[in-house]
Design a binder for this molecule. Structure first.
Ligand SMILES: [Zn+2]
Length: 366
């Protein structure tokens, strides 16, 4: 369960601890994304060394491949992927609505064709909970209907009401040993977000997620949606904004009172040769780094920064050596997790506002 430890005196940022079956999570936290049961290019040992507290996996992807039964018979997801710390499983609602060939959405559930082999499936909210029970994750997410931006108000309302109905059914079919979060939808409409929070908190969940951001809306609008939605959420439960984001978005959302984050950005950018550093983004492939003997980030203590130069990393990318994408991904995950650590330390001392100002002025200066 969640314990609110400290509320920053000068902002809405907060410090908390979330207790799960596989250990405690200090919040605000970032969850590296292991969609298919692996954080791309990195081993569980490397994630642990980077102080990863909780990993995110995707139930929809694991259902399609290798199948929930394979994982259940292997002793559950933790054992299957050799990760004994907390795991949050996303329902895959977002992926079903964006990746799969969607056939039909009804109150019953979603009917779609797999993006891998074209097989037809019908999944109800109860099926999605059963899948996550079979995986044995620590935190489960219910099936929700995520709409893209822009979205008409009628469609946003219909999706919001369906999300609430599915949340109610998910809670009824979930077992107590796993934490189940509720998801708030409502697109960019403040009154729909408010109504959704009232209905979802009325059902009662272990934590609350804000879904439907990072779906194509302008950046400022995304930040606004998070900020006003948080205002409606209860204080004594963790708040998770799904799929956000870039370092500047995370700092902004922490300022609004968000506790949990996940995003594919650190590893996706890492594979493309873009590093996040305390002085902004560094595209290692670029020619200015051809003779640069410095590390990716002089303030970073990760294995990549302690041992390799920008010039060498640039060479690895140009020579298409796998080590290059591994090292930049490793650095990026370390950068994100270290950022969260710095945020927690700042909130503890009621210094989040000055931390945010200093971080952004250095990070955004280039
Ligand atoms: Zn580093």
């Amino acid at each position: 369960m969640f314990k609110l430890i400290h509320q920053d005196k000068n902002s809405r940022a907060r410090l908390g601890k979330l207790n799960t079956a596989h250990g405690e999570i200090d919040t605000p936290c970032f969850m590296p994304v292991g969609t298919q049961g692996a954080v791309k290019t990195l081993s569980p040992a490397e994630l642990e060394e980077a102080h990863t507290q909780v990993m995110l996996c995707n139930a929809y992807h694991l259902f399609l491949r290798p199948g929930i039964e394979v994982i259940r018979r292997s002793g559950g997801l933790h054992k299957f992927i050799s990760w004994d710390k907390p795991i949050l499983t996303d329902s895959g609602g977002y992926q079903i609505f964006s990746l799969a060939l969607l056939r039909k959405v009804s109150d019953k559930g979603v009917e779609f064709q797999s993006h891998i082999d074209g097989m037809r499936h019908l999944l109800s909210p109860e099926d999605i909970i059963d899948m996550q029970s079979g995986l044995g994750s620590d935190i489960m997410m219910p099936l929700d209907e995520c709409v893209h931006y822009p979205c008409s108000k009628d469609h946003a309302r219909q999706a919001m009401e369906r999300t609430v109905d599915w949340a109610r059914r998910s809670k009824q079919s979930a077992e107590k040993k796993q934490l189940l979060f509720g998801i708030v939808q409502g697109s960019s409409y403040q009154d729909l977000r408010k109504e959704c929070v009232e209905k979802i908190t009325g059902i009662g969940f272990a934590g609350y997620a804000i879904g439907g951001v990072s779906v194509g809306e302008p950046k400022n609008l995304g930040n606004d949606i998070v900020s006003f939605t948080v205002g409606f959420l209860p204080h004594d439960k963790p708040r998770y904004v799904m799929g956000v984001g870039l370092p500047e978005d995370i700092v902004e959302a922490v300022d609004s009172g968000i506790d949990m984050f996940d995003c594919v950005v650190p590893t996706r950018y890492g594979r493309n040769g873009t590093a996040f550093t305390s002085e902004g983004k560094v595209v290692v492939r670029n020619s200015p780094y051809i003779q640069d003997s410095g590390p990716l980030d002089k303030h970073c203590q990760c294995y990549a920064c302690k041992n390799f130069s920008r010039a060498y990393l640039r060479h690895l990318f140009n020579a298409e050596e796998m080590l290059g994408l591994r090292l930049v991904s490793l650095h990026n995950i370390n950068f994100y997790l270290h950022l969260m650590h710095q945020i927690r330390e700042a909130v503890k001392k009621d210094e989040f506002v000055s931390f945010k100002r200093d971080f952004l002025s250095s990070y955004l200066k280039n």
